[in-house]
Design a binder for this molecule. Structure first.
Ligand code: GDP
Ligand code: MG
Length: 370
């Protein structure tokens, strides 16, 4: 196996050189910062630092920056994160708007509903649901390609008057590839003469068997514009969420995914992030993609300023050094020095990947550490 210097290994883990030297010493290996160690030893050190060696794919290996895994007792229930997909004009936007209006928590004075790429509603029983509101398939594919398991389930909208169409099939494929369950919303049932039964038959051809035909895919007939059966759709989502038993540890440094970002004239870089683990706090120092900064302000989709954002809550954050990309991981870190290190690590990794893609060589763990 090829070798890596202690300093380089420290850089790649965004750790201090001295700490790596000490870890090696505890493992019985004497090495200075400029000396090289082999890849096997390097991997042990990586694990020693509590980083997971993530094998994203055969040719794409990265050293994860996450800390230790949460144990069962750390975990608490979290709201489901739902993505609505379907063919163009089948009513995705209308359904998102209609569902948003079912929120039982009244807007507080001063709060202005804003589009931040995702929103969370409270349903009558007090439970919450988060909807990802980014333009469909491309965002979903981009996030999945980056390994960001953002969504817990997909609501597949199929217009009863149009039936299964190419983007319906594509959405089914996306959901299957991501391994997330589907709920079918047969929309526009208010239209005269529509035949929702036909949709069920068409779905059969794509191995989606709805419950009324003896399968296990929930299917609800709705009208987004006439607001028919929205409560049933929300119940179906809650039921699916219960089956999935969704949990996260709220008591740790926040980690999640960038949903959307932009450069705002007045406010600077603005990112909407979905908190997936831990609680994000105003004032936290975060790294988002290769950008970093202190969370100066945090707003929800109702324009309210928040001090804390628990798992499954999408929030807009201000204070980053630049604009990260949708699908980028974000993570709260202990201090600015660490943020710089992680940011540099990620920039270097991005450069390495670009170089590797340009070159002939195929990356593996040994190559990456070499
Ligand atoms: P998207 O492209 O999937 O986001 O579809 P839209 O939400 O933009 O809806 C496309 C068109 O279908 C619009 O003219 C909507 O008013 C209409 N539409 C959406 N839902 C319904 C519905 O439940 N009933 C009827 N009659 N029209 C609907
Ligand atoms: Mg739309």
């Amino acid at each position: 196996p090829e070798a890596i210097t202690v300093q380089e290994l420290a850089n790649r883990m965004a750790a201090r050189g001295g700490e790596v030297v000490k870890a090696l010493f505890r493992m019985g290996v004497m090495a200075t910062l400029t000396q090289s160690i082999d890849a096997d030893t390097a991997e042990l050190v990586v694990q020693e630092f509590g980083h997971r060696v993530k094998r994203v794919s055969e040719s794409d290996v990265e050293i994860g920056l996450e800390g230790a895994e949460d144990t069962d007792t750390d975990l608490a229930a979290r709201p489901p994160v739902v993505t609505i997909m379907g063919h163009v004009d089948h009513g995705k936007t209308s359904l998102l708007d209609a569902l948003r209006k079912t929120d039982v928590v009244a807007h507080e004075a001063g709060g202005i509903t804003q589009h931040i790429g995702a929103y969370q509603i409270t349903v009558p029983d007090g439970s919450k649901v988060t909807f990802i509101d980014t333009p469909g398939h491309e965002a979903f594919t981009a996030m999945r390609a980056r390994g960001a398991g953002v969504t817990d389930m997909v609501v597949l909208v199929v217009a009863a008057d149009d039936g299964v169409m190419p983007q319906t099939v594509e959405a089914i494929r996306h959901a299957k590839a991501a391994g997330v369950p589907l709920i079918v919303a047969v929309n526009k049932i208010d239209k005269p003469g529509v035949k929702p039964e036909r949709v069920k038959q068409e779905l059969l051809q794509h191995e989606i068997v709805v419950e009324s035909l003896g399968g296990d895919t929930q299917e609800i007939e709705v009208s987004a514009t006439q607001r028919i059966n929205l409560d049933k759709l929300l119940e179906a989502i809650s039921l699916q969420a219960e089956v999935l038993d969704l949990k996260a540890n709220p008591n740790r440094a926040a980690e999640g995914t960038v949903i959307e970002s932009k450069l705002d004239r007045g406010r600077g870089p603005v990112a909407t992030v979905l908190v997936q683990k831990g609680t994000l706090k105003q004032g936290d120092i975060v790294v988002a993609g290769a950008e970093w900064g202190r969370v100066r302000a945090m707003l929800d989709d109702k324009g309210r300023q928040l001090k804390d954002a628990p798992p499954s809550l999408p929030v807009e954050i201000l204070g980053l050094s630049g604009v990260p990309s949708a699908g980028d991981n974000f993570i709260a870190v202990e201090n600015e020095a660490r943020a710089r290190e992680v940011s540099e690590f990620r920039q270097r990794r991005a450069r390495d990947k670009a170089a590797a893609a340009a070159g002939a060589g195929r990356g593996n763990l040994t190559d990456m550490l070499a």
